[in-house]
Design a protein around this ligand. Sequence first.
Ligand SMILES: [Zn+2]
Length: 109
Amino acid sequence: MSPEEKALMKSKIQADLEALRSDIAGLEESTQPIAPDVSLGRLTRMDAIQNKSVNEAALSESLVKLEKLKSALTKLDETNFGVCESCGEAIAPARLEYMPETTTCVNCA
Ligand SMILES: [Zn+2]
């Protein structure tokens, strides 16, 4: 992977991180405990509880992704970034662009 490609990848990861952080902030807000007497308009309390668990699942998924992106960002400066840790072949740029946190090529995934 050339330095130019790495620079591009880095700005893409940083943009993804930015977007993910704002998603996480929104999800954290929507996973606050639901007060028993809260006025929910048309939503029933059961709906609110169900939405909350959906959001909690999304939140934990986002947190995992956040960690992966952060580690991809760290690994980007290492010489083996973009190299499959299983077979040692270069990972296809399209795959890296789609999921920069990946450490295996499409054949080994
Ligand atoms: Zn591989």
